[in-house]
Each structure stands twice: as structure tokens, then as C-alpha cells.
Design a protein around this ligand. Structure first.
Ligand SMILES: [Zn+2]
Length: 143
């Protein structure tokens, strides 16, 4: 389960509206306790995909490392990632699965239709390695 506050939830959805018709992306920081991931902050990232930003996203690995380093100081860890799907359903694509490498993390996808955030879904990347990894639907709890 992914727990996040109303303001974090609104913020990541709003991010997708702001970058429409391109995908937004960012990192979810917080604490992991068994199956429960609790978001305590969100880091917005730039989408480095200039070739196809309307249906692809990429976060600069250097940016992820910087975010992780800064989060550790606040005793937070990376617990997930989010991005938007402009005019596409809030379901993961084969590319999303191929690009997902943080086992045990949440991958949040928001569909943005005509500039308006519609549905937000979360998926947990389960499995033991790259060969058997899967994105499994995860419950979102907005507190
Ligand atoms: Zn996607």
C-alpha cells in the first residue's frame, strides 16, 4: 500500500497537468515498512526524453543520485517514482516495465486527459530480479 497526504497526491497530479502534453516525472521519498510505503516528500524531476516526451519519460540518473543523497540527510529513502500519461490510461506500458528497476518500489501513473489529471494508479514492482519483475496494482491511501 502507498500512503500519501492530500497535498502530495494533488502535487504529483498537478505536475502532470503542468507538463501536458508531455509526460512529467518525479521521485517519491519516505519510509518503507513491510508492504506499506509512506510518502513524506516528493521531488519533481525534469523529463530528459526530448525525442518522445509525450509518451516516454526518463529521469537523469545523476538527478536520482542527488535526490537520494539529499533524502538520506532527512532520513528519507526513495520509495517510488511517478509519471503521467498524457491522453492515455493510467496503466503501465511494456516500456514502463522495462524501464522500472527499483524492486519493491511504487510506480505511480496519472492519466491526464486534455490537460486535466483524471485517474492515478499505483503499481508495486515485485519480483526478485530483472527476469521475473512485475508491476502489480497497489492500493493508494490518501490521508
Ligand atoms: Zn508510462
Amino acid at each position: 500500500m502507498l500512503k500519501l497526504s492530500r497535498s502530495h497526491y494533488d502535487s504529483l497530479r498537478q505536475h502532470g497537468e503542468e507538463t501536458y502534453p508531455y509526460e512529467c516525472c518525479g521521485v517519491l521519498l519516505g519510509q518503507m515498512d513491510g508492504d506499506i510505503r509512506t510518502v513524506t516528500s516528493i521531488a519533481r524531476c525534469g523529463n530528459t526524453r526530448t525525442d518522445s516526451p509525450q509518451n516516454r519519460y526518463n529521469i537523469d540518473p545523476k538527478e536520482v543520485i542527488r535526490i537520494q543523497r539529499e533524502a538520506r540527510v532527512r532520513e528519507e529513502e526513495i520509495i517510488g517514482f511517478y509519471h503521467s500519461h498524457p491522453d492515455h490510461p493510467a496503466q503501465w506500458s511494456q516500456t514502463d516495465l522495462a524501464d522500472a528497476h527499483w524492486l519493491g518500489s511504487s510506480y505511480v501513473i496519472t492519466s491526464v486527459e486534455k490537460g486535466k489529471a483524471v485517474l492515478t494508479n499505483a503499481f508495486e514492482l515485485t519480483g526478485t530480479d530483472e527476469n521475473d519483475k512485475k508491476l502489480v496494482h497497489e492500493k493508494i491511501e490518501v490521508a
